[in-house]
Design a protein around this ligand. Structure first.
Ligand SMILES: Cc1cc2nc3c(=O)[nH]c(=O)nc-3n(C[C@H](O)[C@H](O)[C@H](O)COP(=O)(O)OP(=O)(O)OC[C@H]3O[C@@H](n4cnc5c(N)ncnc54)[C@H](O)[C@@H]3O)c2cc1C
Length: 511
């Protein structure tokens, strides 16, 4: 792949200080947290020293989910949000959302300072801006919502950005950090407190509708009285129909060194194409521009490489001699009503909790979530739990039937072992991934630079949705819920937990 060396999150260059084992068959817990991103680890952190036996299992390694690939702005300014919230849910609801996210910033700051977590935490103003005259009205409307909710802010016509803007709403005292350093800091504190962290342990299934739950993992079966599903997109199919209530949206990030003077503040504009910008001021005096954008629903971009190109073009237009030191893409879960789902996962199953749907604002969102879940587990009141309650929707039966039907169809196909002769895929170019028809079936084939071919059935093992080859990352991506698989069909990212069915390419038949 061209420029393959670049496809790595800048945040993941940090050295790991601690290794964690895998879970053992027969282990049991009072509380099991599944997923060690910012949501799972913050929840574990807030549960420490409460006399509970807490365990946290992570399918891969800490931080390799979306948190290791984020922009890490810690802000209550979530794009254009508050006018929408007042309009859709009323002023009290919007106020609660604002207050909970503002408190989350303070909690992160307090956690960092009290525990000396060295994570390049920096207080910064946040700006939502536009460069288009016709969009100023929308900003003014949002500003009126801020005023109604007493959110301290100001309207500005200029900024430190290296280009002109038509207007922006500025909020002071927001923040940013290095997300992986923060996660490593949290995990050390969690582990030192006696909470067990297990890596390379993937939850495959949860059995039962009351506690203790039996959790099947790739390392054996374990039990827990309470389970918190903090896996980003919930991997469970049978509880709460989250596959109907979330979709995955992908974005791309460039980490850039340039000859410009770094600007202060964190920025996002209001309409497509969206650009998110902020500098990372590293403890080693390294100043890196974090430029994000190129948003699209996962699996629906024809050629993902274009998204990187769009960002590169933007960088060249606005910054002096930009040198891209890394680039990466990631995705977040977008809830139907733009408010995360935090709380009891499904109506009739107490003690099973979910945290998901941050809509690209998961730094504060996960911290709000951790407090709600902690309070549910410890039977404390929490004023925020109602507005984020996942049970606020009743999904329609018909839609559920549609998805389960497509799942069974895919399941049937996946059981067949197919072999495809090399001559039938000779038109595929090196570095290309493509769907081909063979013997009445759709087969996904990728041909590497050495002309070796890899075949899979391009049907997601989560719920049977169609997969599309991602030209930039060389992965097979699910268009419905964002599961991603490598060229061998191995799960890179859930909600899928099972690998793709492989198709044997008969390399010998090459006439
Ligand atoms: C491009 C981009 C930029 C963003 N920028 C910002 C920003 O500036 N500010 C902000 O607030 N938010 C931002 N977000 C959103 C934020 O990054 C996410 O909402 C947040 O990181 C999600 O955290 P999480 O813990 O829920 O998920 P993750 O970090 O993905 O953690 C979930 C973990 O669960 C594990 N897992 C999955 N399935 C299983 C299983 N079956 N068993 C065991 N473990 C499992 C995964 O391996 C993973 O480590 C951004 C998102 C994107 C896409």
């Amino acid at each position: 792949m061209e420029e393959n060396y670049l496809n790595k999150s800048y945040w993941l260059n940090v050295q790991r200080k601690q290794e964690y084992t895998t879970v053992s068959d027969g282990d049991n817990f009072d509380v099991l947290i599944i997923g060690a991103g910012i949501a799972g680890l913050t929840t574990a952190f807030l549960l420490k020293e409460n006399g509970l036996k807490v365990g946290i299992i992570e399918a891969t390694k800490i931080g390799l989910g979306t948190t290791g690939y984020t922009s890490a702005k810690i802000s209550m300014q979530h794009g254009l949000k508050y006018d929408y919230l007042i309009d859709s849910f009323g002023k009290d609801y919007a106020m609660q959302y604002a207050v909970s996210n503002n408190n989350a910033i303070n909690l992160i700051k307090h956690t960092v300072e009290k525990n000396n977590i060295s994570c390049d935490f920096k207080t910064q103003p946040a700006y939502v801006y536009t460069t288009r005259k016709e969009e100023v009205r929308a900003l003014e409307k949002e500003l009126r919502a801020y005023e109604e909710l007493n959110i301290e802010s100001s309207f500005v016509n200029s900024s430190e950005l290296p280009f002109e803007i038509e207007g922006a709403i500025k909020i002071e005292s927001q923040a940013q950090f290095h997300p992986i350093k923060y996660l490593y800091g949290l995990s050390a504190l969690v582990s030192d407190s006696g909470i067990s962290i297990y890596e390379n342990t993937r939850a495959l299934e949860i059995k039962g509708d009351k506690s203790p739950f039996s959790i099947t993992t790739n390392r054996g079966d374990i039990k827990s009285d309470i389970v918190v599903v903090a896996t980003h997109f919930p991997f469970l199919k049978n509880y709460g129909m989250y596959y109907m209530r979330l979709h995955a949206e992908k974005s791309y990030i460039l980490a850039i060194k340039s000859e410009d003077k770094p600007f202060g503040g964190m920025y996002i504009n209001i309409n497509d194409p969206i650009y998110s910008m902020r500098y990372h001021f590293g403890s080693d005096d390294e100043n890196i521009l974090i430029l994000g954008g190129g948003n699209h629903k996962t699996g629906l971009k024809k050629d993902e490489r274009e998204s990187y190109l769009e960002l590169e073009t933007f960088a060249k237009e606005h910054f002096k001699n930009p040198k891209i030191i890394s680039r990466w893409s990631t995705q977040d879960c977008m809830p139907l009503d733009k408010v995360p789902y935090i709380g009891q996962m499904t109506k009739n199953v107490p003690n099973l909790y979910v945290i998901t749907g941050f809509g690209k604002w998961g730094m504060t969102g996960s911290t709000v979530a951790a407090q709600i879940i902690r309070d549910k587990i410890l039977n404390n009141d929490n004023v925020n739990s109602d507005i984020y309650n996942p049970l606020r929707f009743t999904p329609k039966e018909s839609a559920s039937e549609f998805f389960s039907n497509s799942f069974s169809a895919a399941g049937g196909l996946a059981k067949r072992v197919l072999t495809i002769p090399l001559r039938d895929i000779k038109d595929i170019k090196t570095g290309e991934g493509k769907e081909v028809e063979y013997d009445g079936h759709k087969i996904g084939v990728y041909k590497d630079e050495d002309e070796k071919c890899y075949g899979i059935i391009p049907v997601c093992t989560h719920l049977g949705c169609q997969l599309k080859f991602n030209t930039a990352e060389k992965t097979w991506d699910c268009q419905c819920h964002g599961s991603r698989f490598d060229i061998n069909g191995k799960v890179i990212e859930g909600p899928a937990v099972e690998p793709l069915e492989k198709v044997i390419i008969d390399q010998g038949d090459n006439d």
